[in-house]
Design a protein around this ligand. Structure first.
Ligand SMILES: [Zn+2]
Length: 255
């Protein structure tokens, strides 16, 4: 190794300052708008590796400035760098853009059912492992939702978000807000079990499949075009109703 190389290498050792902005501070439980931290580099390291070592998964990262110049996550910081990292902006802000599609990690079953009830295309299977989720996300261009930051650190995942809330109904609200889904909601249009599309079905044609009280109290029914499950606006619907009332127009059937 020449002495020139040695001195270049030493630039990649030492302290850098990293400032996280906006909702990226959630990963540090920081009550303010930004969080300042220092990182000791021991060798030439990409910025992706550094931010993830600090606990922030790369799909959440947007604009990144080093000494006021924009860089991407493949940048190799040098000693003394002052780095500002901002959250990724959500691209589908415009109403006529397609609604984003999701794939959910296997601990988010209730959130999956709620998103489907609201008509959002949501892939979920509790048997998917991390590899499958990452691959499907890349192949089908689906956004990964998870509470596992480790999953989001996989390079193959381009679009992903770490769900902050614990409670499923709060998670629905969080996801609708974050991805600006309100204009895309179509309550009661997808099967909470399998993500298939629901179609209206005439009560007379399914009478024999209904329990006596359901037959008595409900008039409007839908059937999943994929798994055949029959739905009416019962308990599932009542649970999600506050969210629907907050974000979408309830499409009541004609009398
Ligand atoms: Zn179904």
């Amino acid at each position: 190794m020449t002495s020139a190389n040695l001195s270049t290498d030493s630039l990649y050792r030492g302290e850098i300052t990293v400032v996280f902005h906006g909702n990226l501070t959630d990963f540090f439980k920081s009550p303010s708008d930004s969080f300042v931290t220092h990182f000791q580099m021991r060798e030439k390291t990409s910025l992706k590796h550094i931010v993830e070592a600090l606990g922030v998964p790369h799909p959440e990262i947007g604009k990144t400035l080093v000494n006021q110049k924009e860089v991407n996550l493949s940048y190799h910081p040098i000693r003394g760098d002052h780095i500002h990292i901002y959250p990724r902006q959500i691209e589908q802000a415009i109403e006529n853009k397609d609604c984003p599609r999701f794939i959910l990690d296997n601990h988010l079953g209730k959130l999956a059912a709620y998103l489907r009830l609201l008509g959002i295309d949501t892939l979920y299977n509790h048997q998917y492992d991390d590899d499958q989720i990452a691959q499907i996300s890349a192949q089908q261009n689906r956004i990964v939702l998870t509470r596992d930051r480790g999953l989001l650190k996989r390079k193959v995942i381009q679009h992903g978000y770490c769900v902050r809330q614990d409670d499923p109904l709060s998670q629905v609200t969080e996801v609708i807000h974050h991805f600006q889904l309100a204009p895309h909601l179509k309550p009661f249009s997808r099967c909470p079990r399998c993500n298939g599309l629901l179609e209206k079905v005439d009560k007379q044609t399914i009478l024999d499949q209904l329990l006596p009280l359901t037959r008595l109290y409900y008039q409007d029914f839908s059937r999943c075009s994929h798994c055949g499950q029959i739905y009416w606006k019962g308990s599932h619907y009542d649970r999600i109703k506050p969210v629907i009332q907050r974000f979408a127009t309830i499409q009541d059937e004609e009398p």
